[in-house]
Ligand binder design. Structure first.
Ligand SMILES: *Cc1c(COP(=O)(O)O)cnc(C)c1O
Length: 386
């Protein structure tokens, strides 16, 4: 394998998540699978074909490099949409390959028309509207200029979508701001429509609004974190659980699709009073047995989990002792009788009856699941399992 750890991606878990999310979205709503950040750490090259096998045919990425990687592995019939950065020089490539992209300022709109003329083909664009996040998007004040520009260059533009993004729908603290954004989007979208700029797909919702603000589903939902098996926040999960139609829910409908595994590198007895690893971060209070694990912060195991993280050995949760090093960490295995070199270590996932979730990881470090996942390096081998 030539690597110290590996990642398993579960097809059945993905299938279950997609089925659940598509039901939540409803029959007439398209599903866009968001695969930015190397498919949230799962690996674009592995995830795209798997998602296609599970019926996904529309992918959202952040940038041209991710679009290229997706384009290389996807089926012809699947669509790629760039929701963020693409340089003007790359627009020709996008237009040529029917890749759609967000347009959020006049400079890019002009560049899109230029690329379309050069390619003798319509540029497929998604107009992004500024509705209150204050990140990217056309302002309400731009509306007349926007409409006249699009009408004037209509032969070169195909308005595939009209979109916006919400500023934190996973937190109830943002409730009013989201409500205002929804109203602003609707007003803008209606204006465009009235003036004859009609989008094929209106899309605004990512994972959290799909659950908490169902009116945002419109024609398509753009789903990232939930398809990988995570609720965007505890509040979102709670809002789901308290819906009228889920009163008898017993088990979490979302399943984490990733597991991360390695094995014991070396074992050692340490006497009471001795320090373990760098510095004085951990002092053994008893005679203990420790195991070295060949994964460290360069592999995405957060250094903040020093003296704090847990991994599974022989089905038991065992503690990280001392500092997480760049390529190694040390765990205490005194209570794992018969433990030996090469025994499996689960960093994320299940072993026997026990389970370590990405969320438990993230809880300990105050990271959000998104961060813990995208920190998994591209080099770690990924395997698809059932
Ligand atoms: C990341 C992203 C999404 C997906 O968000 P999740 O919370 O992971 O579902 C959707 N739309 C845009 C524009 C994004 O950047």
């Amino acid at each position: 394998m030539f690597h110290t750890s590996y990642i398993e991606v579960s097809k059945s878990a993905l299938q279950a998540n997609l089925q659940f999310l598509k039901e939540l979205a409803g029959p007439d709503v398209r599903f866009c699978s968001v695969v930015k950040g190397n498919a949230y750490g799962h690996g674009i090259e592995h995830f795209i074909p798997l998602a296609e096998e599970c019926g996904v045919d529309y992918f959202g990425v952040h940038s041209a490099d991710e679009a290229l990687r997706t384009h290389m592995v996807k089926r012809n019939s699947s669509h790629v949409m760039i929701m963020g950065m693409i340089e003007d020089e790359e627009l020709d490539w996008a237009v040529e390959n029917d890749i759609s992209f967000y347009v959020f300022e006049f400079e890019r709109l002009e560049a899109a028309v230029k690329a379309a003329k050069e390619q003798k083909k319509k540029a497929r664009i998604h107009l992004e509207l500024e509705t209150g996040m204050n990140r990217i998007g056309f302002h309400w004040e731009d509306r007349e200029k926007l409409v006249s520009y699009i009408k004037e260059h209509g032969e070169h533009l195909r308005v595939q979508g009209v979109s916006t993004h919400f500023a934190g729908a996973e937190s109830i603290a943002n409730y009013l701001r989201i409500q205002n954004q929804i109203a602003n989007y609707n007003r803008y979208q209606w204006y465009l429509r009235k003036k004859g700029v009609r989008a094929e797909i209106r899309h605004t919702a990512c994972s959290a609004p799909l659950v908490s603000y169902p009116q945002t589903k419109m024609d398509m939902v753009r789903i990232g974190i939930a398809q990988y098996g995570y609720w965007p926040s505890k509040e979102t999960y709670m809002q789901y659980l308290t819906r009228d139609d889920v009163r008898h829910m017993t088990e979490n409908p979302l399943r984490q699709i990733i597991s991360w595994k390695t094995s014991i590198m070396s074992l050692k007895n340490v006497r009471a009073g001795d320090f373990i690893g760098y510095g004085t971060a951990y002092q053994a209070t008893d005679d203990i047995l420790i195991a070295t694990v060949p994964v460290g912060y360069c592999h995405g195991f957060n250094r903040n989990l020093s003296n704090l993280g847990k991994v599974l050995v022989h089905g038991r949760r065992v503690p990280v002792v001392g500092m997480v090093n760049m390529n190694m960490l040390i765990v205490e295995v005194s209570h794992c009788p018969g433990v030996k070199r090469r025994d499996e270590v689960v960093l994320v996932g299940s072993q026997r009856d026990n389970r370590i979730t990405v969320s438990s990881f993230s809880d300990m470090t105050n990271d959000v699941n998104y961060e813990t996942l995208v920190r998994l390096p591209r080099e770690i081998p990924r395997f698809i399992i059932d």
